[in-house]
Design a protein around this ligand. Sequence first.
Ligand code: ATP
Ligand code: MG
Length: 434
Amino acid sequence: MRLSSCFMPTLRENPAEAQVSSHRLMLRAGLIRQASAGIYIWLPLGLRVLRKIEQIVREEQDRAGAQEILMPTIQSAELWQESGRYDAYGKEMLRISDRHGREMLYGPTNEEMVTDLFRSNINSYKDLPKMLYHIQWKFRDEIRPRFGIMRGREFLMKDNYSFDIDAEAGRLSYNKMYVAYLRTFARLGLVAIPVRADTGAIGGDLSHEFQILAETGESTLYYDKAIEDFELSSLSGDIAPATIEKLQGLYAMEEEKHDPKNCPVAPEDLRTAKGIEVGHIFFFGTKYSAAMKATVAGPDGKLTPVEMGSYGIGVSRLVGALIEAGHDDDGIIWPEAVAPYKVGLINLRVKDDGCTAACDDLYHRLTQAGVEVLYDDRNIGAGGKFADMDLIGLPWQLIVGPRGLKNALVELKCRATGAREQLSIAAALGKLGA
Ligand code: ATP
Ligand code: MG
């Protein structure tokens, strides 16, 4: 992509309305613009990141055996009346009526709809287990939308729902998702701490929140440092069920539930940090299936309510969370897996024919090799180009100017470390995978 024809409205100044780094940087780097409170337009650069995160989430859901569907954003109130949540959900639910006066709503989540889908199509244990997920916009009329897209009103979520014949099988589905989550966040370059969440009144319920560590996190966590060690060492191969349960047994608590007097972790092994919740998994058994009569026949022919779990990832919140975890004073530092482009090619002297010819050629060769390049071919000063490139945070900057070219050299800068190298054109291409 040539920057001269790109829609990338960057800002020099810090926008007054942004309190946290990710919100500031998303506005300044031209990733989003606010449409109304808690509702955002995704601009080209931001959308590329969102789509890449979405794709990693999707691949790990598929790998775990889940199947993708797409449920609508608008739902009918009836199903929610059946589950009993229509009134209970309160003011966070955006309620709408259609032209016939029917009560509708913009979905804040999809348990009811997917339970209805299940009961009308599946009725035997032979068709189990099943995991169905979608990646869809949600609306929650949050009382205090803030931190940009991190707590928006409209946001993109991956939500998956598991269906099993009994609680034991349900637990297996839960563990599959637990591992899928660890893999997803590891691929995004994040350490996510699985924190035991509220298990509600019914015994046997199981729930974890996945919190990534960042100073601006909304919750304070206490956790066993063995969790970090585990994630760094054992996520590449298959993970044995015993290992999963061992990891789930490691201590991690939110501040409100952390009791220093009764903490099982030795003080030298206990870590404390702020966390941002990026995912939440829940095994809730028959809560919805009993209320909505979603039953299956077991091997003995007896009908029982199906055992269910639900598993959410805040796909759009992850964009902000990644920036909170990866930025410096100059701007964003994207991990390569989700960067909008891998390389920023900077032409220092557009008016110099030799320099522009060399840049055009590099752009062509990189693009041909499948390397994603944002080519700064604008006729502006070098200072502005460097500042913009640091701000938008692409992993690599390839800097080309007349002086280096005299010696057949270009410069390659790594955004994360700031390290710069003078290289021949061939060596630079090699390093960038072309
Ligand atoms: P929170 O405690 O942050 O409000 P939640 O418990 O309401 O989250 P879930 O219903 O479990 O969230 O939704 C799954 C995921 O969706 C969350 O882990 C989070 O990453 C994301 N999410 C929830 N609410 C928002 C929001 N208002 N804006 C952006 N992402 C959100
Ligand atoms: Mg919430």
